[in-house]
Write a protein that binds this ligand. Structure first.
Ligand code: ZN
Length: 215
């Protein structure tokens, strides 16, 4: 009862803030009209081709280049955690056709040291926001990163796979039977594949991988 009331209050506050604050572009922070996440100059993301990881469909908001690349950079490295909202709204329509009931969103986890450094896990924020757009629940503790890995961006394809091998573990009792895995950027898919394996080993079925962008 109290939860429902809080949800309704939050939704009301958000629409009030929408009406009061001028929207800014997720990529360049310039003025941006209406409910669109990007301004006219930045334009819309380029749709990414359909892709599968270990037989699991992957959906994204677009290709990892402007304007998505700038928006994700601000979200992930620029401290703009509030962009989770605009980016979740962009991704939600791509996920909707694959939804099942009940849906559980599980984010690719950060290692504790990186979480401390950044202050938040961008994929976990996105997963939480997606529940607001699509319903269902987020299970932020289902996966843990058991060892710190080198930044994937610095590595080649084979090194990436090796780098994340056995880096993730599912927490017993916290893994939903069917999940949507949430990631930020899928490059070679090595990280998402390692998470898929950890979830599968724990008896979970992953119906969809949803990422903000793919290369
Ligand atoms: Zn812009």
């Amino acid at each position: 009862m109290a939860t429902k009331f809080l949800e309704r209050t939050n939704a009301w506050l958000e629409s009030a803030l929408d009406a009061l604050s001028p929207a800014s572009c997720a990529a360049c922070a310039g003025p941006c009209g209406g409910k669109r996440p990007f301004c006219v100059t930045c334009g819309d993301p380029t749709p990414a081709p359909a892709w599968e990881l270990e037989g699991v469909p992957l959906v994204t908001a677009g290709v990892y280049r402007a304007p998505l690349e700038s928006a994700i950079g601000r979200f992930k490295f620029g401290g703009h955690s509030e962009l989770s909202r605009a980016l979740a709204r962009l991704l939600a329509p791509r996920i909707r056709p694959f939804l099942f009931d009940p849906v559980a969103f599980v984010a690719v986890p950060l290692h504790r040291s990186r979480l401390v450094e950044r202050g938040y896990n961008q994929s976990a924020l996105l997963a939480a926001r997606l529940t607001r757009e699509l319903g269902g629940r987020a299970e932020p503790r289902a996966l843990e990163r058991v060892r710190s890995t080198d930044q994937q961006a610095r590595l080649g394809r084979d090194a990436r796979t090796e780098n994340v091998r056995d880096a993730f573990r599912a927490r017993p009792g916290l893994v939903p039977p069917r999940v949507v895995l949430v990631d930020d950027v899928v490059t070679t898919g090595a990280t998402a594949r390692a998470c898929l394996k950890a979830l599968k080993d724990a008896g979970s079925e992953v119906s969809l991988v949803a990422a903000l962008a793919s290369v």
